[in-house]
Design a binder for this molecule. Sequence first.
Ligand SMILES: Cc1cc2nc3c(=O)[nH]c(=O)nc-3n(C[C@H](O)[C@H](O)[C@H](O)COP(=O)(O)OP(=O)(O)OC[C@H]3O[C@@H](n4cnc5c(N)ncnc54)[C@H](O)[C@@H]3O)c2cc1C
Ligand SMILES: *[C@@H]1O[C@H](CO)[C@@H](O)[C@H](O)[C@H]1NC(C)=O
Ligand SMILES: *[C@@H]1O[C@H](CO)[C@@H](O)[C@H](O)[C@H]1NC(C)=O
Ligand SMILES: *[C@@H]1O[C@H](CO)[C@@H](O)[C@H](O)[C@H]1NC(C)=O
Ligand SMILES: *[C@@H]1O[C@H](CO)[C@@H](O)[C@H](O)[C@H]1NC(C)=O
Length: 560
Amino acid sequence: MGLRSSIILLPVAVLLSLVGSSFATNSVHNTFVHCLLNHSEPSHPIAAAIFSQNSSSFSSVLQGHIRNLRFNTSTTPKPFLIVTPFHESHVQTTVVCAKRYNFLMKIRSGGHDYEGASYVASQPFFLMDMFNLRSIEIDMESETAWVQAGATLGELYYRIAEKSKTHGFPAGVCPTVGVGGHISGGGYGNLMRKYGTSVDNVVDAQIVDAQGRLLDRRTMGEDLFWAVRGGGGGSFGVILAYKINLVRVPEKVTVFQVGRTLEQNGTDIVYKWQHVAPTIDNNLFIRLILGVVDGTQVAKKTVRANFIALFLGDSESLVSLMKDKFPQLGLKQSDYIETSWLQSVMFWDNIDITTPVEILLERQPQSMKYLKRKSDYVKKPISKEGWEGIWKKMIELEKSVMYFNPYGGRMAEIPSTETPFPHRSGNLWKIQYQANWYEAGEEVAQYHMNLLKELHKYMTPFVSQNPRQTFMCYKDLDLGINHHGFLGYFKGRAYGVQYFTHNFKRLVEIKSKVDPTNFFRTEQSIPVLSYVEFRKLITEKSVLSLLFGLFALHWFRNLK
Ligand SMILES: Cc1cc2nc3c(=O)[nH]c(=O)nc-3n(C[C@H](O)[C@H](O)[C@H](O)COP(=O)(O)OP(=O)(O)OC[C@H]3O[C@@H](n4cnc5c(N)ncnc54)[C@H](O)[C@@H]3O)c2cc1C
Ligand SMILES: *[C@@H]1O[C@H](CO)[C@@H](O)[C@H](O)[C@H]1NC(C)=O
Ligand SMILES: *[C@@H]1O[C@H](CO)[C@@H](O)[C@H](O)[C@H]1NC(C)=O
Ligand SMILES: *[C@@H]1O[C@H](CO)[C@@H](O)[C@H](O)[C@H]1NC(C)=O
Ligand SMILES: *[C@@H]1O[C@H](CO)[C@@H](O)[C@H](O)[C@H]1NC(C)=O
């Protein structure tokens, strides 16, 4: 990769900018760079990992892992510095120095954050980009692997298959997603009904905490280890690596993808899907994608339901399972495709399965777009009348797409307090609302995001309430943006209970213990609520009245 070679040139660039006139003009940042240089281990100099805005590679490094074009504009706030650690000690040094100067640090692994929260901020910040730390060490004897944060899921799946055709890992469908942000948010994929989420298969972790210490499961303790398995990236430390349990998959798996429009009994089939998909054999995962397409009549739109499935078994077994449990879908023999598990990953990513599997090592996605996502959980089946209304709304809005991912199976067996990820038994499926567009501009963006909000609002009666549950990996800043000021805890509670329900409380307790000064913070990180802070809050009368004032103001604002 070109990036690698440019990194080699870097020490020169950095040192020149330090010696030159920039010294005085940007003294705080330069002091920071000095701190980095001063504190890095002589055996692992950090200079080559530092990119100032003046570096000729600054933009290419920054843009290298932007995965939402909404945040690739000239007005998108840029970091004042990028650090790309290629040794653990670089991460430690960076945390120590950033904390000393109280700099806001954003951490990026694969850059797939839907809100760009890993590389954008409204306040001055610098970026720690983990893409150089991406080794994958697989140990077939113990059926485990150590995976560094900067690796992508595609790289992980490829390396597993290289060692064994009968092992896999239950994580996301998109191969360019980064391990660091994905697992720390509780990422899932199409093995979820059989093996749970990624965090259900994590057995150890290596992190750098707010004091710059390098910790593993034993030294961080079970509380913090619990928190970094789904509590969301950017709250508890820098994830260097996760140790995962590989899971067994058959040498041959079966996939299918078929579409049914409303004109092809779509309503009946979708109605049936919601009863079948969360209860059927754990080896079968059938995702449902709903979108608006042209109908057979001129100028008449319809909804198409796309069913895409992975079955951990051969086609013969799947044929009889479908005949027994879901004949309404009307699959033909030719719909069933037997592949290896690795090829099924490509199939699910819309890549032709005859493509060389090395495509999974590509870090750049096949296509890029502007996007916005929201999510919901469904706990009771929707009536046929309910579906009719949803179709009408979808056709009215036309652009929006919904992805339904069935739960049940292993997901319903794991207690909801086992990991921070709380959405276990009682959930039939998760909705992901998608808006995708391909034109630049704020107005276009607002148009598409408003349509999505409208669909999300329309779905309110059909989805979980009090709290309305959402999925951490599907980050949605509509749930609230935390500036971590005086009311930071309350702000954090608003989105926190939606992402984590009853686990939010424990996350706050752990956060307050391991990072009391809130060094690791993002727009939606876990807030701090320490005893000291709480006392301050209730003993300072002036502060208390200010608090009431602010609440009143907020209340009045909402009244209008
Ligand atoms: C095309 C696409 C497909 C997707 N498919 C799926 C899917 O199938 N299943 C699913 O569950 N999710 C899916 N997602 C969502 C994805 O899991 C999350 O966006 C995830 O957070 C991305 O991880 P990342 O490392 O690529 O992201 P980043 O943008 O790098 O990081 C995401 C968040 O984690 C923090 N973070 C990143 N690295 C670290 C680290 N090393 N230490 C501490 N904090 C860190 C960041 O600061 C940020 O807050 C998809 C997203 C996209 C764009
Ligand atoms: C970059 O260069 C300009 C002048 O060329 C200088 O004013 C500025 O301080 C430099 N910034 C950094 C971060 O080195
Ligand atoms: C770096 O080290 C030098 C010499 O040891 C010292 O003078 C300087 O103050 C240090 N700078 C920082 C930012 O720590
Ligand atoms: C991001 O923006 C830069 C600068 O405008 C552009 O060169 C680059 O192609 C953009 N990236 C993508 C993926 O469109
Ligand atoms: C729709 O369902 C009816 C009755 O259940 C059936 O006769 C018909 O063939 C189905 N149509 C399609 C396109 O599957």
